[in-house]
Design a protein around this ligand. Structure first.
Ligand code: FAD
Ligand code: EPU
Length: 301
C-alpha cells in the first residue's frame, strides 16, 4: 500500500480533492462504518487519470456512488475509496434520449426529466443512489428495473480503457448487471418516452407516496437488506418470523418494512450484522429459506 504522502501527492498533482482517514459512516445512508486510508472526490476531468494512477501504482481502491447499498464494517476498509458523487455532468437531452454522468443522483434525474416531459423513471424515484450505482445493481422497484431503459452505458477500467456497451451486452438480471468488479460506469444513456410533463410529475408523486406508505423513507438505512427469494418476499418472511422492532444497540428492524434495518442513532456495523444474522437464522429455521444479502458488505465482518 502506498504511503499517505504518496496518496496526498497523487491528489495534489491531479487536483483531486481528498480527505485522509475519514469515517465512511459519514458517506453511507446507513451511517455505519470505520475509516478508509484515503477518500478521493474526483470530477469528470480527473477521474480516469486518478484511477489509472492508482492502478499503475498497485494501490487497491473501491468505488462508491452515493453509499446507499453499503454496510461498511466498523474496522473500515484497507483500500482507498473513490467516491463518484462529483462525477455528475449535467443532463443532456437528445429527443427522448437522456445522457448523464454516473454520479448523478437517480431521483434528481427522474424529477428533472419529468419536468422536461420525459417518462420512464417514475417508479425508481425515491431510490437514493447514483445513476451509476443503479446500473451496477440494476436497481428496480414497482415492477420496473433501470436496465430496461438503457440505450448505452459508458464503462471505464484502467486495464481496458473506455468501452461503450448496449443493454443487451450488459445482460441485466435481478439486482445484477454485467458491470464487472474493476469497471466503473462513467456515463449512461437512457431511452425515455415523451409525455405531458404534468402527467409525469403526477406519477412521480404517486410512486413517492406508495413508497412512503410501505418503506421507512427519511430514516437511515441501506434499503432492503436481502434479495427476494424466488417466488417470495424477504420482508414478509422476516415479518412473519416476528422480528419487526428487534433491536441490537442503535440498530432496529423496521416496524414499517421488515427487510429494512434502521440506524436510530449510534448504531455500529456489528449491531447491523447481529440483526442480519438473526434474520437469516430465523427465516431458515422457520421456512427453510436461505436469504441472500442484497446490500454489499465492505471490510471484515
Ligand atoms: P453504492 O451503494 O455507493 O454502491 C453500490 C455498488 O455499486 C458498489 O459495488 C459500488 O462499487 C458500485 N458502484 C457505485 N457507483 C458505481 C459506478 N458509477 N460504476 C460502477 N460501480 C458503481 N434499490 C433498489 O434496487 N430498489 C429500491 O427500491 C431501493 N430502495 C431503496 C430505498 C432506500 C431508503 C435506500 C437507502 C436504498 C434503496 N435501494 C433500492 C438501494 C440502493 O439505493 C440502490 O442499490 C442504488 O442503486 C445504489 O446506488 P449507490 O450510488 O448508492 O451505490
Ligand atoms: N410485506 C410484509 N411485511 C413487511 C414487508 C412486506 O408482509 O414487513 C409484504 C407486503 O405486504 C407485500 C409483500 O410483502 O405483500 C411485498 O412487499 P413490498 O411490496 O414492500 O415489496 P418487497 O418485495 O418487499 C421490493 C424491492 C424494493 C422495492 C419494492 C417496491 C427487493 C428485495 N425489494 O420490495 O427494493 O422498492 O419492491 O417495488 O426486491 C431495495 O432493493 O433496496 C428495495 C427497497
Amino acid at each position: 500500500m502506498a504511503t499517505i504522502n504518496r496518496l496526498e501527492e497523487i491528489g495534489r498533482d491531479l487536483e483531486v480533492e481528498f480527505i485522509p482517514e475519514p469515517l465512511l459512516s459519514r458517506y453511507t445512508t446507513l451511517g455505519v462504518g470505520g475509516v478508509t486510508p484515503y477518500l478521493f472526490f474526483p470530477e469528470e476531468r480527473n477521474l480516469t487519470p486518478l484511477l489509472t494512477t492508482l492502478f499503475n501504482e498497485g494501490i487497491p481502491y473501491r468505488v462508491m456512488g452515493l453509499g446507499s447499498n453499503l454496510v461498511v464494517s466498523d474496522s473500515g476498509v484497507a483500500e482507498v475509496v473513490v467516491t463518484l458523487r462529483r462525477v455528475s455532468s449535467p443532463i443532456k437531452v437528445r429527443g427522448s434520449i437522456v445522457s448523464v454522468g454516473g454520479g448523478f443522483p437517480l431521483s434528481k434525474l427522474a424529477k428533472r426529466v419529468g419536468e422536461l416531459g420525459l417518462s420512464g423513471l417514475e417508479p425508481l424515484s425515491g431510490i437514493p443512489g447514483s445513476v451509476g450505482g443503479a446500473i451496477k445493481m440494476n436497481a428496480g422497484s414497482f415492477g420496473m428495473e433501470i436496465g430496461s431503459l438503457v440505450e448505452k452505458v459508458v464503462l471505464f477500467s484502467p486495464s481496458s480503457g473506455v468501452r461503450e456497451v448496449s443493454r443487451e451486452e450488459l445482460s441485466f438480471s435481478y439486482r445484477g448487471s454485467g458491470v464487472s468488479q474493476g469497471e466503473i460506469v462513467l456515463a449512461v444513456e437512457l431511452r425515455l418516452t415523451p409525455e405531458e410533463p404534468a402527467l409525469v410529475i403526477k406519477r412521480l408523486r404517486e410512486f413517492r407516496r406508495r413508497r412512503e406508505l410501505t418503506q421507512p423513507i427519511g430514516e437511515r438505512s441501506a434499503g432492503c437488506i436481502f434479495k427476494n427469494p424466488e417466488g417470495a418476499s424477504a420482508g414478509r418472511l422476516i415479518d412473519e418470523a416476528g422480528l419487526k422492532g428487534m433491536r441490537r444497540g442503535g440498530a432496529v428492524i423496521s416496524t414499517k418494512h421488515a427487510n429494512f434495518i434502521i440506524n436510530e442513532g449510534g448504531a455500529t456495523a456489528s449491531d447491523v450484522f447481529a440483526l442480519i444474522d438473526k434474520m437469516k437464522e430465523e427465516v431458515l429455521r422457520l421456512f427453510g429459506i436461505e436469504l441472500e444479502e442484497e446490500v454489499e458488505v465492505w471490510g471484515e465482518r
